[in-house]
Ligand binder design. Structure first.
Ligand code: ZN
Length: 114
C-alpha cells in the first residue's frame, strides 16, 4: 500500500477533527436516548417491558459503537501529532488513502482488520 502524501495526510487530519466533534454530538444524543428509554419504562409505562429493554439495548450498543469510534479518532489524532498517522497499528504498513478516506480513524489495514 502507498504511503499518504502530505496533502492527503493534511486533508484526513482536517476530517478527523470534524469527525471528532460530530461523534461527540452523536454520542451525547445517543446517551440521552438510552436514558430516555429508562425513564419511559419506569414513569410512563407506555412501552411494554420487552420493547423498552430492546430499545435500551440498541441505544446502548449505539453508544458503545460511538465511544469506540471516538477513541479511534482520538488515537488517530495523536498519531498525527507523532507523525505516524496512516500506518497500521498491528503490521505498521501504510493503511492506504482509499481506506482512510472512507474511515479516517481506521487503526488497522484491511488485512489486519479481518
Ligand atoms: Zn496491518
Amino acid at each position: 500500500m502507498q504511503e499518504l502524501t502530505p496533502e492527503q495526510s493534511q486533508q484526513l487530519q482536517t476530517r478527523l477533527h470534524e469527525l471528532l466533534s460530530s461523534l461527540q454530538q452523536q454520542l451525547e444524543a445517543a446517551a440521552e436516548g438510552a436514558r430516555t428509554v429508562q425513564l419511559d419504562q419506569s414513569s410512563v409505562g407506555r412501552l411494554s417491558r420487552m420493547d423498552a429493554m430492546q430499545q435500551q439495548a440498541m441505544a446502548q450498543a449505539t453508544v458503545r459503537k460511538l465511544e469506540l469510534r471516538l477513541q479511534q479518532c482520538r488515537a488517530a489524532l495523536t498519531a498525527c501529532e507523532r507523525g505516524d498517522y496512516g500506518n497500521c497499528r498491528r503490521c505498521e504498513e501504510p493503511i492506504g488513502y482509499r481506506r482512510l478516506s472512507a474511515r479516517p480513524e481506521a487503526p488497522f489495514c484491511v488485512g489486519c482488520q479481518r
